[in-house]
Design a protein around this ligand. Structure first.
Ligand SMILES: CC(=O)N[C@H]1[C@@H](OP(=O)(O)OP(=O)(O)OC[C@H]2O[C@@H](n3ccc(=O)[nH]c3=O)[C@H](O)[C@@H]2O)O[C@H](CO)[C@@H](O)[C@@H]1O
Ligand SMILES: C=C(OP(=O)(O)O)C(=O)O
Length: 435
């Protein structure tokens, strides 16, 4: 079984490059379906399993997709006759593929997409996506595990989202670009990835105003075309390295990180006593030996991101006293605490809050990643634990982090990724692990 093996105790020092954002590139790849003319040329595309998966969904829909992993580019040509059906085989592997439904409906008037189902962190329904599409005139049917939406032509509508869902905002925004008339969506998600998608759509010829605010106005146009775009930087990957620096009492420059996108995290790090400074080249994080406990509550942007909750919980465990973390976005995003208890973490769960007692003396153990950010958090815990930590179930990590252990190793971590039985395991590690 593949695993990451970390020997804790090293300070992280140096600088680290951050990739383009997974959560921006996935809907932007789906947006290529809207381009009747020309090709899309994307730069700063992160080399992640989720990107391969989305590329396969698009290929199945008859988009020509070429990815260059070395240069981190993807070109997409959706000018041929497209198919309207995204089957279970692909959709079941990645929830985010549900964002093809809005563009397919807008371009073809027909979309048939397998139900994405729930996943580890919560049930994740798509009722808000569908309500928005129905308000624009789509007829939605559920049968045999599929959602089938059809329309004679989408029309602009006034839509209010009960919750500022990222995926629903993206799906409805993309559908509205080719609808007849004006669509106004209120209480929309305001994440930087929504802004990146709106920027791409406008470059493709759409008329989207208000991205980054609570209200989006989209005036429908008749046709969209391909464009060039550089994917916005991944604030969650940047945040993960900021936490890694703070946890190891290190000194790390997170290159080109955008402070504006990470305000809630920066504010919490400063409250804990960590030094965070904006430099010309990025954000420098310098740790402290005496982390202060803090209270954290996850919220839609610009609140504290749920995708940073498992990672910051490691800092809370290391801080001196009682910290609380409350998860309000997903109902089942505390699974990493079960694994962290194996490493001697003192955590009590009360409803949607976790009460953490520090400073924890974490011990190395064999732990299993339960989802993407849990995987990152367990590796971070390993960086500060006594002895060796082995993290398994790395398919989750690969959904969202490129060269994670290599980047940590370059900063000074003692970390390796191995296949059990692979000769790449250093003899010293093997003998110590057997003891
Ligand atoms: C690929 C991508 O961009 N993923 C991000 C996106 O996921 P995703 O777009 O799935 O997240 P949403 O913002 O839609 O979900 C937030 C909450 O709303 C609920 N909900 C959502 C839609 C709906 O129709 N009905 C409903 O009840 C969900 O169950 C969840 O509890 O935003 C999340 C919240 O910031 C992030 O954690 C994910 O990393
Ligand atoms: C939950 C996440 O992603 P997804 O919505 O793709 O599952 C994440 O990026 O932490």
């Amino acid at each position: 079984m593949e695993k990451i093996i970390v020997h804790g105790g090293n300070r992280l020092v140096g600088s680290v490059e951050i990739e383009g954002a997974k959560n921006a590139v996935l809907p932007i790849l789906a947006a290529s379906l809207l381009a009747k003319e020309g090709t899309m040329q994307l730069d700063s595309v992160p080399v992640l399993s989720d990107v391969y998966m989305m590329n396969n969904v698009l290929r199945f829909l008859n988009v020509k997709v070429e990815m260059d992993e070395i240069n981190k580019t993807v070109s997409l040509d959706a000018t041929s006759k497209l198919s309207y059906e995204a089957p279970f085989k692909y959709v079941s592997k990645m929830r985010a593929s549900i964002v093809v439904i809005g563009p397919l409906l807008a371009r073809l008037g027909h979309a048939k997409v397998a139900m994405p189902g729930g996943c580890a962190i919560g049930s994740r329904p798509i009722d808000l996506h569908l309500k928005g599409l129905e308000a624009m005139g789509a007829v939605v049917e559920h049968h045999d595990g599929y959602i089938e939406a059809t329309t004679e032509g989408l029309v602009g509508a006034d839509i209010y989202l009960d919750f500022p869902s990222v995926g629903a905002t993206e799906n409805i925004m993309m559908a509205a670009t080719l609808a007849k008339g004006t669509t106004v969506i209120e209480n929309v998600a305001r994440e930087p990835e929504i802004v990146d998608l709106a920027n791409v759509l406008n470059k493709m010829g759409a008329n989207v105003v208000g991205a980054g605010t609570e209200r989006l106005k989209i005036v429908g146009v008749t046709e969209l075309h391909g464009t060039d775009h550089t994917i916005v930087q991944d604030r969650i990957e940047a945040g993960t390295f900021m936490v890694a620096a703070a946890a190891t009492n290190g000194n790390v420059l997170v290159k080109n990180a955008i402070a504006e996108h990470n305000r809630p995290l920066i504010s919490k790090l400063e409250e804990m006593g960590v030094s965070v400074t904006e430099e010309n080249e990025g954000i420098r994080v310098i740790g402290t030996k005496h982390l202060k406990p803090v209270t954290v509550k996850t919220l839609p942007h610009p609140g504290f991101p749920t995708d940073m909750q498992p990672q910051i919980s490691i800092l809370q465990l290391l801080s001196n006293g009682e910290s609380v973390i409350t998860e309000t976005v997903f109902e089942n995003r505390f699974m990493h605490f079960g694994e962290l208890r194996r490493m001697n973490a003192d955590v009590r769960i009360e409803g949607n809050s976790a009460i953490l007692h520090g400073p924890a003396k974490l011990h190395g153990a064999e732990v299993a990643a339960t989802d993407l950010r849990a995987a990152a958090a367990l590796v971070l815990a390993g960086l500060v634990a006594d002895g060796y930590t082995q993290v398994t179930h790395l398919k989750y990590l690969d959904r969202g982090y490129y060269h994670f252990h290599q980047k940590l190793a370059a900063l000074g971590a003692e970390i390796t990724r191995v296949n059990e039985g692979n000769l790449a395991i250093k003899n010293r590690e093997v003998s110590e692990l057997n003891n």
